[in-house]
Design a protein. Structure first.
Length: 227
């Protein structure tokens, strides 16, 4: 499994020969300007919730990749279906076996209005797994005890993507507690530095995890991590 950071909460996951894009907010992100969305070849676009900083480039990338399937909550999938984008709707607690592996839609504590004010359903995160790998992308969320359900209901996590930018989501201190709840010590931080209210001290964040014997990875935009 290869995980490439595309800025903010966007990642490209390569798993069993398929490319799975999460939460594309690239063309509007000054920090991701070296990523050309027209070069992205994807099989799936996973969207954790309806906010603009997670859905901005969905339509362009879906139209560039007509076979790609959008996976999100039912309301987000229905909204994009009206724009001619094919999708697979899910809801909290449900899992489904795709051709790359299984995806489970799990709870997030946040909000989810779509850019035009439409109902974006309930926000979530996704756990992706097969027989040998398990990854959690938390989406935008507060720290919540519901995270304890993930290791009870999914295979052991190898790695988790958690928001650490504070203000709109949990900050890194709460993310370190989340890593206890999900029983995973390998964390990739996201949703920080993109906007002024979520600028963080990266050194402090990494040290905070270090002190707990955990690893916080903060890849550069375009950088990949293989597990
Ligand atoms: Ni959000
Ligand atoms: Mn967000």
């Amino acid at each position: 499994m290869k995980i490439t950071y595309l800025g903010h909460a966007s990642f490209l996951i390569e798993m069993n020969g398929k490319s799975i894009l999460f939460d594309p907010f690239i063309s509007g992100n000054e920090m991701a300007k070296e990523i050309d969305i027209d070069n992205l070849k994807v099989d799936y676009i996973f969207v954790t919730h309806g906010h603009q900083d997670h859905v901005l480039d969905v339509e362009t990338i879906a139209k560039n990749n007509p076979k790609a399937k959008l996976v999100s909550n039912f309301e987000v999938v229905s909204w994009f279906a009206e724009k001619g984008i094919e999708g697979h709707g899910m809801n909290h607690g449900g899992k489904y076996m795709f051709d790359f592996g299984t995806a489970k839609y799990v709870n997030a504590v946040h909000s989810s209005m779509l850019p035009d004010g439409s109902n974006g359903g309930n926000p979530g995160g996704f756990v992706l797994f097969d027989d040998s790998h398990c990854l959690y992308h938390a989406g935008d969320t507060a720290l919540t005890k519901d995270m304890e359900l993930i290791p009870m209901t999914c295979p052991k996590l190898d790695i988790a993507i958690l928001p650490i930018g504070d203000n709109f989501t949990m900050g890194y201190e709460d993310a370190a507690i989340a890593s206890d709840f999900i029983l995973c010590d390998q964390i990739i931080g996201c949703h920080y530095d993109t906007f002024p209210p979520i600028k963080i001290d990266k050194t402090k964040a990494v040290e905070h995890f270090d002190k707990k014997g955990k690893k916080l990875m903060l890849p550069d935009v375009g950088e990949s991590i293989s597990i």
